[in-house]
Design a protein around this ligand. Structure first.
Ligand code: HEM
Length: 486
């Protein structure tokens, strides 16, 4: 939290405390003003509500609070009623049993700036526009047949990555895996989404990383709208700047793509196309890279897992060729490693915030219309009641002999969400994540740089819409395949 923001909170907090003490004798914390019973939760201060309790890592702080108040917890963030869901049973109620009621998204400043007035998919409220755009993207980009069609693009780009890491290995250099994996996903996705290579003139990836960070921030302007003109955290200004930069890049790409067509024909659809393209690249660039880099960090911290994975790859693929997409279905240990990575390091710790479209009573608790719903899957991934005493440990074998999958049917593990708003890119994402991890582990042995021990690896997170590592992941490769691999 910046010093300015801390000061603002301190001042607001003092003011609120006075009002609160003055009024507290009359208030009943878990009932609204109509006497309806809200889910339990900590008392809220006037004006800021519980915003001051979120801290730098809200998913962790809300995880601790839920231990006290339960899996359906009520907060007030500024003036927005907020429900934090922290158990599989509760998640099923919100995302399956009452999916339709919670299928909308809140209108937030990030959506306004970055989704061109929420005309993309991810920040767009539930309704026919969202349904049409989502269907269109699924059909033209994300369906199983489209994903398969782009297999050769993945193969070429991944082959180049292996060659470049091989050169680093020969030169005994340390590789910045965060950078390498980020670049690879960017190259693959640009070819799939724009039909062309990424453009070295723009640093699109760094722009997207910024937008993911800004979009996930708890922006006071969204929660206390009358403070919005003050832009206390400076987020409004940064969002505007990021949106202008992204706009410039996308405009250039679209212009080049449409050269030769009638200029007048293009205008009406411009913002709509920008919004969808931006959603697609934002949803795909960082997410897959974050999942790969966290899982690889855990593999490096657990050499036993690296050895077991290499053993499986040698048995199924051998050491004379690269892993192919068609091998993936036979790599059962890899599948467990991917699940375990996403369990401990979900890319979107609160999914993308949902919003209720009408009043509803769930488990005897009143949830008002326009409540914001945060499903804390980070908390669910570390719950000892679900994952036993070793819940905090990276232990892929926990998935042996159980049928937990990632498709949103089993609410113990929902890194892609579930229901109407579940991730439409899951199939593509799982191929990218599994294939890249498999290739890195199959082609190379890895060690941490400068004699670092596995348990010395920094595992600090940065909170945003996604949850990347705070520091880049560095490691030293040694090539391990037999001659003719590439
Ligand atoms: C490992 C990679 C990925 C993870 C973990 C992931 C996870 C998620 C999650 C948790 C949501 C929100 C679900 C909810 O709110 O209930 C989501 C939404 C979305 N994802 Fe993904 N995603 C990944 C990759 C991708 C890819 C590759 C694409 C497409 C190219 C994509 C496209 C989308 C879109 C468009 C939405 C918004 C859906 C809507 O609001 O209707 N995602 N994703």
């Amino acid at each position: 939290m910046s010093p300015t923001l801390a000061l603002v909170f301190a001042l607001l907090g003092t003011l609120c405390s006075f009002i609160y003490i003055f009024r507290s004798t009359k208030s009943r914390s878990n009932h609204n003003k109509n006497g309806q019973k809200l889910p339990p939760g900590p008392r809220a201060l006037p004006i800021i509500g519980n915003l001051h309790m979120l801290g730098k890592l809200p998913h962790q702080n809300l995880h601790h609070l839920a231990k006290r108040y339960g899996p359906i917890m009520s907060l007030r963030l500024g003036c927005v009623p907020t429900i934090v869901v922290s158990s599989p049973e509760a998640a099923e109620l919100f995302l399956k049993t009452h999916d339709l009621v919670f299928a909308s998204r809140p209108g937030i400043q990030a959506g306004e700036y970055l989704s061109y007035g929420s005309t993309g998919i991810a920040f767009t409220p539930y309704g026919s526009y969202w349904r049409t755009v989502r269907k269109w993207c699924t059909l033209h980009l994300l369906s199983a047949s489209k994903v398969e069609y782009f297999g050769p693009v993945r193969k070429t780009e991944l082959g180049s990555l292996v060659e470049s890491v091989k050169e680093s290995a020969a030169a005994r250099e340390t590789v910045n895996l965060s950078e390498k994996v980020g670049e690879l996903i960017e190259k693959m996705m640009c070819k799939i989404i724009f039909g062309r290579s990424n453009d070295d003139r723009f640093n699109l990836r760094s722009l997207i990383d910024q937008t993911m960070h800004l979009s996930g921030a708890f922006n006071i302007s969204d929660f206390v709208p009358y403070l919005a003109p003050l832009d206390l955290q400076g987020l409004g200004r940064r969002l505007k700047r990021a949106s202008e930069l992204v706009d410039t890049v996308l405009e250039k790409i679209i212009d080049e793509h449409l050269q030769g067509t009638d200029a007048e024909d293009r205008k009406p659809h411009r913002d709509f196309v920008d919004a969808i393209l931006l959603d697609m690249i934002a949803a795909s660039f960082e997410t897959s890279a974050v999942a790969i880099v966290w899982t690889f960090s855990e593999i490096l911290r657990h050499p036993r897992v690296m050895v077991a994975l290499q053993h499986e790859l040698e048995t199924v693929v051998g050491r004379n060729r690269l892993v192919e997409e068609s091998d993936l279905s036979k790599l059962t240990y890899l599948d467990m490693v991917v699940k375990e990575g996403l369990r401990l390091h979900p890319v979107a710790p609160f999914l993308v915030p949902h919003e209720s479209i009408e009043d509803i009573v769930i488990n005897g608790y009143f949830i008002p219309k326009k409540s914001r719903i945060l499903v804390n899957i980070w908390s669910m991934g570390r719950d000892r009641n679900i994952w036993s005493e070793n819940a905090e440990e990276f232990f892929p074998e926990r998935f042996i002999n159980n049928n937990i999958d990632l498709r949103g049917h089993d609410f113990r593990l929902i890194p892609f969400g579930s229901g109407r708003r579940g991730c439409p890119g899951m199939h593509l994402a799982l191929i990218n994540v599994s294939l890249i991890l498999a290739q890195l582990v199959h082609c190379f042995n890895w060690e941490l740089p400068d004699g670092m021990l596995p348990d010395e690896l920094n595992m600090t997170e940065i909170f945003g819409l996604s949850l990347p590592r705070a520091t880049h992941l560095l490691a030293k490769p040694t090539y391990r395949l037999l001659g003719l691999a590439t």
